[in-house]
Each structure stands twice: as C-alpha cells, then as structure tokens.
Design a protein around this ligand. Structure first.
Ligand code: FNR
Length: 360
C-alpha cells in the first residue's frame, strides 16, 4: 500500500521516487554550491519560539486578507514554472487544489498551461507572475491576457536579469520546457549543442536592462496592483515603495539564482522595517513546516508562499498531493499557534520568537 505522507519532507521523498532524475534535480536544485539552498532551511532552524501559556486557544483563526482578498490562512502558492514536468495536468490541478484550500495561487509566466486554460479550471483569486522580455510587446500581451482572464495582481520577478547557474541542469542536459503562454508570441530555436539550453533561452529572451524606471511602464499598461518579487535588502525595499508598488515579496528565487545571497528569513525583518507598513511584505524560501510560517509572520510577513513543497505534492499525488501539502502546513500552523498562545494571526508578534544573540 502506498504511504500517505505526514509532512513535506515525506512528499519530497515520494516525488524523488516518482520523477526522472533530470526533472527531480531541476525542481529541487539550487545555484552553484547550493549554499543559499541549504541556508534557506538552516536559517529557520536557528530561530526558536517563545510560547506564551494560559492564553485561551480554544478557537484558532488563521484567516487573513491580502490586497483586500480573503484567504483561509497566510499560506499561498508560489509561481513555479513548467509543472507538466511534475505531473501531466500540472498547473490545472495546482489551481484547483489552491482554490479548494481557499488560498491564492500565483501562476508562473513559464506555465505549461496557458493563462486561459488555468483561468477556466475554476473560480478563484489568482495572481500572475511576470518576467519582462526584451520584446516588451510579449510581456505586455501576457499582462493584458492575465487581466482579462480575471487575475487580480501582477507579481513582477526582479531577481532574474539572467538565469542562475544550476549545475545539475547543465550536467543533465536539461532542455527548456515549452512555455504554453508564449505560443504564437515567440518562435525561438535555442540550440542546446548537446548541453542544457535553459541559460541560452533565458539570455535570449529576458531583458537584463530592466530597472526601477520600468515599474512606471508596467503600471502604465495595467490597472492591476503590482508586487515585486525578489527583494532582499532594505535599500531595494525602499525603492520599491517609492516606485509605487502594491506589495513586496522577499525571495531569493528558492536559491536558484544568486548563490550566497542570504537566506530569506535572515533579511525579512530588515525589509519589513524599511517598508514600515506602507505595503504588505510577502515571503518565500525554505518554508517546510507550520513553525516556519509562524516564524515568518513573527518577523512581519503578511503571508508566505511555498514553491517546491507544492511541486513535490503534485509529482507524488497530483491534485490530492498539492491539497494535502497546503492542508498539512495549515494544520501545522494551527497547532503552532495554539501551543504558542496565539489565537489569531494578529496575535503573532516578534516577541514570540527568539534568536541567538538576536541575530538572524
Ligand atoms: C521556481 N521559482 C519561480 N519564480 C518565479 O518568479 N517564476 C518562475 O517561473 C519560477 N519557477 C520555479 C520553478 C521551480 C521548479 C522552483 C523550485 C522555483 C521560484 C519560486 O517562485 C519561489 O521563489 C521558491 O520556490 C520559494 O522557495 P521554496 O519554497 O521552493 O523553498
């Protein structure tokens, strides 16, 4: 009988068994020495909790809102491209699972199903993640399609002027998967020359000249709120607020871009302080437990996004797997809140965590 995993790491193990090595490496891997990949997890492990007792926790309310939209809990689905690699129905079933859990999914620009196909799965609040191509018309067209298909926000990823060096993909000769959203918009034949073509594809398409002034251009082509994903410093958080964004995502792209970038949990507080409540700050990178979600909220995140855990759930057990991963993290968060004496999300404060020498 197949086992029903009890935590995210068991889902990862099942995904590893289910997937060809090339795909598992692509999903699980990070850049170069994978130092940041390890650090994204280990930095969480250096933070302890400061539970409060004799608080009435007979009812725990995990519900929250983001940009005015209700969510059952502050756990969202991060944009991860090419989900067909994990499961034939990819983003279609991820969208259904996220909707069933009453949470927000951010659809990747590099989705293996189109914006229209994902929109038609079911009614739900969804955001669209955007890359800016050298050919601006392509990115503009996708923003229009997201807007007309009911997506509620644009999440602009800003940490990818070029692709990070992911050595497992180079060794495995990983080929860029088809991006359905680009069909008819781009015909590109990047020669892999016997190696991985991911890097060549990215450098031919992505616009490395993108800068803060371009936020104005994106705002001019859509009425949707814009969040920037990939902020790791107070300086850039301040610039983002000045540029008029509606939200910030503290992210190092799951350690797939710049190795030796800090663990996201280590810089969250710096960003939150710089933003000073002007816009919501979201967080991703290394969230594997409800306690991780709790720690991020204690450091000021409005919500967290999960990347690999969702893809592991998808690879292991399709729609059910994605739903179970989200539910497990929700259940773990609920228990953590009860044991730490926090009946609602707003009760989680900086005083509920402890770090050695108060260093993150
Ligand atoms: C990603 N991520 C990502 N980010 C993005 O903005 N656009 C994308 O298309 C992708 N694609 C993608 C594919 C895969 C396989 C992974 C693992 C990640 C990054 C993602 O949104 C998120 O920042 C990280 O995955 C968060 O870290 P964890 O939860 O995976 O540790």
């Amino acid at each position: 009988m197949e086992i029903d995993p009890v935590n995210v790491s068991e889902f990862q193990e099942l995904a590893k068994q289910a997937l060809p090595k090339m795909y598992y490496d692509y999903i699980s891997g990070g850049a170069e020495d994978q130092f940041t990949l390890k650090e994204n997890i280990e930095a969480f492990q250096r933070i302890m909790l400061r539970p409060r007792v004799l608080v009435d926790v007979s009812k725990i309310d995990m519900s929250t809102t983001l940009l005015g939209y209700d969510m059952s809990s502050p756990i969202m689905v991060a944009p991860t491209g090419a989900q067909k690699l994990a499961h034939p129905e990819g983003e279609l079933v991820t969208a259904k699972a996220a909707a069933a859990c009453n949470t927000i999914m951010v659809l990747s620009f590099s989705s293996s199903y189109t914006i229209e196909e994902v929109a038609s799965t079911c009614n739900a609040i969804r955001f669209f993640q955007l890359y800016i191509f050298k050919r601006r018309d392509i990115s503009a067209k996708l923003v229009q399609r997201a807007e007309s298909n009911g997506f509620r926000a644009i999440v602009l990823t800003v940490d990818t002027p070029r692709l990070g060096r992911r050595e497992a993909d180079i060794k495995n000769k990983m080929i860029a998967p088809k991006i359905s959203n680009l069909e008819g918009l781009l015909s590109l034949d990047v020669d892999a020359e016997g190696g991985s073509n991911l890097e060549a594809f990215a450098s031919e398409t992505l616009d490395p000249s993108l800068s803060w002034k371009d936020i104005g251009w994106i705002k001019s082509i859509t009425n949707l709120p814009i969040l920037v994903k990939g902020i790791l410093t107070a300086e850039d958080a301040t610039k983002a607020v000045e540029a008029g964004v509606s939200g910030i995502v503290v992210s190092n792209h799951g350690a797939r871009q710049l190795d030796y970038a800090p663990a996201t949990i280590s810089v969250l507080e710096e960003v939150v302080k710089a933003v000073s409540g002007a816009v919501p700050v979201l967080f991703d990178g290394g969230v594997r437990r409800g306690t991780d979600v709790f720690k991020a909220l204690a450091l000021g995140a409005k919500a967290v996004m999960i990347g690999r855990p969702v893809v592991y759930g998808l690879a292991a057990k399709g729609e059910y797997g994605v739903r179970r991963v989200i539910e497990m993290l929700q259940n773990e968060l609920e228990l953590t809140m009860a044991l730490a004496g926090c009946p609602s999300i707003k009760d989680i404060t900086r005083n509920h965590i402890w770090t050695k020498h108060n260093r993150l």
